[in-house]
Design a protein around this ligand. Structure first.
Ligand SMILES: [Zn+2]
Ligand SMILES: [Zn+2]
Length: 371
């Protein structure tokens, strides 16, 4: 189960609530909803929801991602287990429910169990690949994608039975979909469980099938899905949209949709994880004397100071002018590689000046004496 409610609302706190008050708010709710204390049916789900909210907001890195990107940022990067494992509940939940020395964690383990073991009625996950420009990946992007997916049949609402009718329980298997079959071989008897042949294992019989879906309960539909791509995605980043995958039966749950991002190449920049690499020509006099040059970044130009005596292939770092790190704090750097430009053509004035310079350097070999 993943929640779509706001984590701050869930804990009844505000965006500016500090760590101490966050702990207090969570502990108060944990006392109320811990399944060892609260026997109501939805207590476990509620406890899981507040614990997830607390696990995210008590971790500064995850809280930052959540503040910026909301659920999409968290769900895209962490599964339930990542979220719980990195949080120390032992301390805060001391004395709450069965969280004694040995018992701690059992409730969380049961959460992982339910989140990792696959429900057989759950549909297929889908994958959708998109290509982004460097600029789109830098800024983040809202876009709509249209995908063909299997959804509940809209006419029979997944039941497979004609509108106005409903499936009836199979009398041969009592609605279980399976029957016990006993075979004898000599004195030995073998009991095996087989799918009921009357209802093909469905447990239900449809007298009047839905004509729109041939009683399958599902239909293919082109669906437009709004996609929020967080800033900082890279080649191969996966964004998970829970419940936007296929369903395989009218009564089952949908799988997830995974959007995988790919990067288009860029005319000016090469990306290296969170860093950007840019190569620029620098005129020979600037390399010798020093001076400022302008370099592009992904939002605006930046000034780079070239110190005097800069050598060819020197790399300068413009801190924080790279990509935002999607998994953590801060931003990468822009690395500028200097290519000292040797002019291919010069005019007569330049020729005269460089010849003077050359003689100043003593470059004329007739004047050199090695031996
Ligand atoms: Zn139907
Ligand atoms: Zn049956």
């Amino acid at each position: 189960m993943s929640t779509t409610n706001d984590y701050y609302d869930i804990l009844g706190i505000s965006k500016t609530t500090n760590e101490k008050d966050l702990k207090k708010a969570y502990r108060k709710l944990a006392l109320k909803y811990h399944p060892d204390r609260n026997k109501s049916k939805d207590a476990e789900d509620k406890f899981k929801e507040i614990s997830t909210a607390y696990a995210v907001l008590s971790n500064p890195e995850k809280r930052k991602i959540y503040d910026q990107y909301g659920h999409a940022g968290i769900d895209g990067q962490f599964n339930q287990e990542d979220i719980f494992r990195s949080t120390d509940f032992a301390d805060i939940l001391r004395g709450v429910g069965g969280m004694g020395s040995g018992g701690f964690g059992s409730i969380f383990d049961s959460f992982f169990g339910s989140s990792t073991s696959r429900d057989p009625s759950r549909g297929q996950d889908l994958r959708y690949d998109i290509e982004l420009t460097l600029e789109q990946a830098f800024k983040g992007e809202k876009m709509n994608i249209t995908i063909p997916r299997h959804v509940k049949c809209q006419y029979c609402i997944g039941s497979g039975a004609e509108k106005g009718t409903s499936p009836i329980n199979c009398s041969d298997c009592g609605g279980r979909g399976q029957v016990q079959v006993t075979r004898s071989a000599g004195f030995a008897r073998f009991v095996s469980v087989q799918n009921c042949s009357t209802c093909q294992g469905r447990g239900q019989i449809i007298k009047k099938p839905c004509k729109k879906c041939n009683s399958l309960g599902i239909m293919e539909k082109k669906q437009t899905i709004e996609l929020n791509i967080p800033s900082g995605v890279d080649e191969g980043s996966r964004i998970r949209l829970r419940g936007s995958g296929d369903i395989t039966s009218g009564t089952g749950q949908p799988g997830d949709l995974f959007v995988v991002t790919h990067m288009k190449s860029h005319d000016s920049f090469v990306r290296d994880n969170e860093n950007l690499i840019y190569e620029t020509d620098v005129d020979y006099p600037i390399a010798v004397l020093g001076g400022d040059i302008l370099v592009p970044t992904l939002n605006k130009n930046a000034k780079l100071k070239i110190p005097s005596g800069t050598q060819n292939n020197t790399i300068f770092k413009l801190k924080g002018k790279g990509f935002p790190r999607i998994n953590g704090f801060g931003t990468g750097d822009l690395l500028v590689r200097i290519n000292v430009k040797i002019p291919k053509k010069i005019n007569s004035k330049e020729r005269k000046l460089i010849e003077e310079l050359s003689s100043e350097f003593g470059s004329d070999i007739s004047k050199r004496k090695f031996f």
